[in-house]
Design a protein around this ligand. Structure first.
Ligand code: FES
Length: 375
């Protein structure tokens, strides 16, 4: 939800030293700056009213709570800034052809606007997987989480040896080109390799051409097996990277990937897939193990397999419960439970008060018996 009146929170520069720290939850933030990175990529920088130290693990993401065409929409984006500059945080977003949210943000989110964000969360980060040598791989706007990591290592004068390989469609699509080049020119432990799929007429290009392949891997990362690998980009890019690493017998325990660079639109599809899977295994399960979920307003009930969520139960019945993150972060899928017990594995998307009032997040709530939902 955007407040464009500009009256609720004054824009201010940070002068105070008494700051709060950022914890996972719902926060109102103000867009303080919009930066054009390339012809179709913008960086949105956010502040809060009170100076808040935006500490997070480089690579993590937040979920934006928006209202587009009168409909609530939740969308997650990895943070592109680094916690080493903690007085604001940034999201770098590419305009996607037909992309409802990215286009809306490019066209409507302006300096001064307010919006709620949820997070930060995410297991894809360089703090939980410490290493002396890392390989940062990105394709397109998937650069954002690995840029956060690179900025973190660089700003903190870390002695981590970084190889940063970024692939873009054309030289005009390289995000943070100037900053990356500058970082590479200033410290010896930052090794930058830029790859452009093709040239752009009239734009000089001194980087590599084509795709990240075996020859480039051999040349750019001769010590591959000594590195922790962090990869983000479109699915085909990450699939190609994984195939390349596996072909080189890389220990995939040291490979980490994130796909939030292009937020999946597939959460509803996941529910449908789960429902189909459940149907297939239904016959094999003893009916005594099945659990009943009842939806009072719809006047429907269904039996589900142990371990399936309330959201899946609704999907199996053809009922629509809005869902965004699918991870208990955003609160979109909240419903009221009037009877029965669930195990809810959420990530901060619901308050203690809501839980006390009987609400659950259907995406991450697994019934432990007969459950009744007011829906
Ligand atoms: S969909 Fe985000 S909490 Fe359930």
């Amino acid at each position: 939800m955007i407040d464009v009146s500009g009256s609720a929170l004054p824009t201010q520069s940070v002068t105070e030293v008494n700051t709060n720290t950022w914890t996972n939850g719902r926060h109102m933030v103000r867009c303080a700056r919009v930066i054009d990175e390339t012809h179709d990529v913008k960086t949105f920088c956010f502040l809060t009213e009170q100076p808040v130290l935006f500490f997070f693990k480089p690579g993590q993401f937040v979920t934006l709570e928006l209202e587009i065409n009168g409909q609530p929409v939740m969308r997650s984006y990895t943070i592109s800034s680094s916690p080493s500059t903690p007085y604001s945080f940034s999201l770098t977003i590419k305009r996607v052809g037909g992309g409802l949210v990215s286009n809306w943000l490019h066209d409507n989110l302006n300096e001064g606007d307010l919006l709620p964000v949820h997070g930060p969360v995410g297991n894809f980060n360089c703090i939980d997987f410490p290493a002396k040598k890392v390989l940062l791989l990105s394709g397109g706007v998937g650069i954002t989480p690995v840029m956060s990591m690179a900025r973190w290592y660089y700003d903190t004068s870390s002695d981590v040896d970084m190889v940063f390989i970024h692939s873009a469609r054309t030289p005009m699509d390289v995000v943070y080109h100037g900053e990356l080049t500058n970082m590479c020119s200033r410290v010896p432990n930052f090794h930058l390799h830029l790859i452009s799929e093709r040239e752009a007429r009239g734009v000089p290009w001194s980087g590599y051409r084509g795709y990240f392949d075996q020859a480039k891997l051999d040349m750019m990362v001769p010590d591959l097996h000594e590195r922790e690998v962090f990869c983000c980009g479109p699915e085909p890019y990450m699939d190609a990277v994984k195939a390349l690493l596996k072909a080189n017998n890389f220990n995939m325990e040291h490979y980490h990937e994130e796909s939030f660079g292009s937020t999946p639109d597939s959460v509803e599809q996941d529910a449908i897939d789960q429902a189909e899977e459940a149907e297939e295994t239904l016959d094999a399960v003893n009916s005594a193990d099945m659990l009943t979920v009842e939806f009072t307003e719809a006047g429907k009930s269904i039996q589900i397999l142990p371990g399936e969520t309330v959201h899946t139960a609704a999907a199996n019945l053809g009922m629509h419960i809005p869902k965004a993150c699918g991870m208990g972060i955003c609160g979109t899928c909240k419903v009221k439970k009037t009877a029965g017990e669930v195990e809810m594995n959420h990530n901060g998307g619901i308050t203690d008060e809501d839980v006390a009032d009987g609400y659950i997040l259907s995406c991450c709530s697994v019934p432990t018996g007969h459950v009744v939902i007011e829906k």
